[in-house]
Design a protein around this ligand. Structure first.
Ligand SMILES: Nc1ncnc2c1ncn2[C@@H]1O[C@H](COP(=O)(O)OP(=O)(O)OP(=O)(O)O)[C@@H](O)[C@H]1O
Length: 313
């Protein structure tokens, strides 16, 4: 069990994590979810002491992580990051073996462990062990990253957007495979994601952060059906709207209006694309054109209504 107690991080006057109290349950997956810049990665990195907190405490099985020797802490916690961080000049086998060799296990048992781990993540050792990272696809490299994090058999895995660099199909495949692996390993997993669908699919519990504060901690079902605040309702709801907008194009939603200064999309572009741009850039509307002719605008509210109208149809 990992407990965060009144955890805080400041950079100068900028409080990026505020008085965070959270418990990550043993053997379960908890997703740290929230918009860009809300403090997810900072929180994760404070758990393994890559970042020092400005205040509060982190307890691992009741012990303050600051009292643990760095090598003990590292052995207890595997770490998987989006950009994988494989050593390019080492083979896949050597990459996975990095941790056991650091921990001075003997060569035969290290080799057995490497084969076991590559099997576990779906990479046939005889085919992959001697390759270099550059010879593997993004998804295969990500699997190696997971294998390496599991090498010392740590009870805890910290994962920062672990599937973020993959295309949607490869991502979903690896998410589902990872859930299968987790069924047998039952690690305590803390996973950073900004992808609501990923959090809903993978997490036993979600901690939704907003500007460094905890908005809600609960099961995915709690957050969707019993949102604790307007922010949670909106954040979780936007993805539902995205789902409901599937298949709609902007040409059918366009309204009259002035379009000066707005990003211009085509009448055949998807409504989901427009919503993603509005959410990403924090804007309320986009202009829609056909050929060289501006047809009008599509507003955020229009998209929400279109999504809702569809869900009730
Ligand atoms: N070393 C630093 N110095 C100053 N400010 C920082 C530093 N690292 C992070 N921040 C700020 O802290 C805030 C939280 O950053 P963090 O990386 O934890 O967010 P996040 O939720 O993981 O975002 P994203 O989903 O975009 O990765 C941001 O406003 C960021 O600009």
């Amino acid at each position: 069990m990992i407990e965060l107690k009144n955890l805080q991080k400041k950079y100068g006057d900028h409080v990026v994590v505020q008085d965070l109290n959270l418990t990550f349950q043993t053997g379960k997956i908890t997703a740290l979810l929230g918009p860009s810049g809300c403090g997810k990665t900072t929180t994760l990195c404070m758990i393994n002491r890559l970042i020092d907190p400005s205040g509060g405490q982190i307890l691992l099985q009741g012990k303050d992580v600051r009292s643990l020797r760095p090598e003990v802490l590292r052995r207890s916690m595997g770490y998987v990051i989006q950009r994988i961080g494989l050593f390019p000049h080492l083979t896949i086998g050597q990459n996975v073996a990095t941790v056991p060799e650091l921990l001075k296990q003997d060569r035969t048992s290290t080799q057995q462990r490497v084969d076991e781990l590559l099997h576990l993540v779906g990479l046939e050792p005889s085919l992959f062990k001697h390759k270099k990272p550059a010879e593997l696809s993004g998804g295969q490299q990500q699997r190696v990253g997971v294998a390496r994090a599991l090498a010392a058999d740590p009870p805890v895995l910290l994962m920062d957007e672990p599937f973020g660099a993959l295309d949607p199909i490869a991502r979903e495949k690896l998410q589902l495979e990872f859930l299968q692996i987790q069924k047998t390993l039952a690690k305590t997993i803390v996973m950073v994601t900004h992808d609501i669908a990923e959090a809903i699919l993978m997490a036993d519990h979600i901690a939704l952060l907003n500007e460094g504060r905890l908005e809600q901690y609960g099961t995915p079902d709690d957050l969707i059906h019993r949102p604790a605040s307007a922010f949670v309702r909106r954040f979780m709801g936007e993805d539902a709207v995205l789902t409901q907008l599937a298949g709609l194009v902007l040409g059918g939603l366009v309204q009259p209006g002035t379009s000066a200064g707005m990003p211009v999309l085509s009448a055949t572009d998807h409504a989901r694309t427009a919503l993603s741009i509005m959410l990403r850039d924090g804007i309320e509307a986009v202009a829609v054109q056909e050929g060289n002719h501006i047809l009008g605008v599509v507003r955020y509210q229009d998209l929400l209504h279109a999504g809702k109208a569809r869900s009730y149809a």
